[in-house]
Design a protein around this ligand. Sequence first.
Ligand code: CO
Length: 215
Amino acid sequence: MAELTKLFKNNKTWAEGQIAKDPEYFSRLATQQAPKYLWIGCSDSRVPANQILGLAPGEVFVHRNVANLVVHTDISCLSVMQFAVDVLKIEQIIVCGHYGCGGVHAACGSKQFGLIDNWLRNIKDIYTRHRDELDAINDMTARGDRLCELNVIEQVKNVCHTTIVQNAWAAGRGLSVHGLIYSIRDGLLRDLAVRINNAEQLESIYRTRMGEPAG
Ligand code: CO
């Protein structure tokens, strides 16, 4: 446990500080969480949702994976989304990428990194969809950063293609899905202006609706 001594010390200091500011802090949080936002972001240690958004524990529900992907067979991400939308009644979903994303930049190249290459393959699919635009950018850093933006835009669509989101819209919920990108260089979020809040904004092949009950 010696390797974690610093972490336990930090944790004790933090918990004591919270109680000093607000004696009811933990007892209140322990009984319920009512976050208004779902954050789907990158696992990168430099992109922590709460700190970037200035939100306290209890205020943002978080799913993070390498390169902030929403893959339609990823039971972990889908479960987070379903719980967030159906149980927590969250109506603001944020997909947030970041410039300089190692996963996205790796997907631009051909070097193998192991198992993760199968995950990053999803980003290569996005590259091929935007090949003309991306190949025209000669600077590789700029090309990768543009792919970081395009990746967010595609993941916003992937969120909206789920039955979770479309059923919430069908039920009249005011659910919005936003695409943001974060810069590690200045600490600022940028809005990619791809907000989707109804099924009519989707390509028709991706629109689904529940059938009438049988019988
Ligand atoms: Co990243």
